[in-house]
Design a protein around this ligand. Structure first.
Ligand SMILES: Cc1ncc(COP(=O)(O)O)c(C=O)c1O
Length: 389
């Protein structure tokens, strides 16, 4: 089980991002963590080895990534998985048939699909609530509740959950608080400091930041939960390959730099869109017009590069996502390149239409992942696309 060291936690964020978990290679002194592309390790004798027996259980490249992200989140243990949804799968395996979960209604579509179409069939029970009102979380808790699962900000409506309030509710219910921190990243929000037990990441997104791998990661503070997750990681076996771990680890080194630019451009574009005629609504927690802007300023140190907009008619939204040139029409988010998407027919197509409409995720919604290109070029691209619809 991977554990951060005191050394990993001593420096500030950007220094941790570059150094935590990276140890000079003992063979040649390579400054960068090598890709340990091996399935097994030679043993000097029966039961005598260097701490590595089989690569599903331990891999040095994977451990470096796990330590790095755990240090960034300010947690104690990290567990890497083959995707964000594989990380979710491991979290759900902490529960038993009959256990109840209170989950945010606005979670990523694939998270909702796994909960309702896999875990509900296995006997877990779910209540989906609007987590922007902590009272709704509290009201949904039953004696069988073992987990509260939230995303903040949510994908794609950018609603926030008050993490300290959710942490108090979970603690009172003796339930685990699990927070998907994929959108904010530890650069801008550290849920463990607000009482979360487990932080979940799709490393596919900002942590890797270059759209060239798929991965997931869990960060845990409590050692009993970590013991169990370590067991599940090895016993279920959904681990990432060493090359993907290496790519993610290379990505996290520049996380602080990249997030600064995503945030600066996100703010600028959100403000511009708010003034642009024909854009009915802009969803971005950094805008004073966001209904939870005060909470955003309290629990986040930046707002990032995810901006959603509502256009007057569904047809305009569908046309707009096909008219941009720099913003590529694609699933996913968090890379250096800008992406545009239509959540109702892409990332959230697996959420039933009635549920989508009820929470405000309409066919008129367009989601932007603002990359690190020159912001003037991005604005010009959006202007051209909006003018054409
Ligand atoms: C917020 C969020 N969580 C989890 C996931 C799932 O991650 P992955 O695609 O790496 O399985 C995604 C994917 O888009 C996401 O946006």
């Amino acid at each position: 089980m991977t554990e951060v060291s005191g050394e990993d936690l001593r420096p500030r964020f950007a220094t941790r991002a570059v150094h935590a978990g990276n140890i000079p290679d003992p063979l040649a002194g390579a400054v960068m963590m090598p890709i340990y592309q091996t399935s097994t390790y030679v043993q000097e004798g029966l039961g005598r080895h260097k701490g590595y027996e089989y690569a599903r259980t331990q891999n040095p490249t994977r451990q470096a990534l796990e330590r790095n992200v755990a240090a960034l989140e300010g947690g104690r243990h990290g567990f890497a998985f083959a995707s964000g949804l594989a990380a979710l799968d491991a979290v759900m395996k902490l529960l038993s048939s009959g256990d109840h979960v209170v989950a945010g209604e606005n979670v990523y579509g694939g998270t909702h699909r796994q909960m309702t179409q896999i875990w509900a069939r296995m006997g877990l029970r779910f209540t989906f609530v609007d987590p922007s009102d902590p009272q709704r979380i509290a009201d949904a808790v039953t004696p069988a509740t073992r987990m509260v699962f939230v995303e903040t900000p949510t994908n794609p409506l950018m609603r926030l959950c008050d993490l300290a309030a959710a942490g108090d509710i979970a603690k009172r219910a003796q339930a685990l608080l699990v927070v998907d921190n994929t959108f904010a990243t530890p650069c801008f929000q550290r849920p463990i400091e607000s009482g979360a037990d487990i932080v979940l990441h799709s490393t596919t997104k900002y942590l890797n930041g270059h759209s060239d791998m798929v991965g997931g990661l869990l960060v845990v503070e409590r050692s009993d939960v970590a013991e169990r997750l370590g067991f599940i990681q090895n016993a279920a076996g959904a681990v990432p390959g060493p090359f993907d771990c290496w790519l993610a680890l290379r990505g996290t080194k520049t996380l602080a730099l990249r997030m600064r630019q995503h945030d600066a451009s996100g703010r600028r574009i959100a403000q511009w869109l708010e003034q642009r005629a024909g854009v009915e609504r802009v969803y971005y927690p950094g805008l004073p017009s966001h209904p939870q802007h005060t909470l955003a300023c309290r629990q986040m140190s930046g707002f990032g590069g995810m901006v959603s907009i509502e256009l007057g008619r569904a047809e305009r939204a569908r046309r707009m996502v096909e008219r941009t040139r720099i913003f590529a029409l694609a699933e996913s988010l968090g890379g250096v390149e800008s992406l545009v998407g239509h959540p109702a027919s892409m990332t959230h197509a697996s959420v039933p239409r009635e549920m989508r409409e009820a929470m405000g995720l309409t066919d008129r919604l367009v989601r932007l992942s603002i990359g690190v290109e020159d912001v003037e070029d991005l604005i010009a691209d959006l202007e051209r696309a909006l003018a054409a619809v």
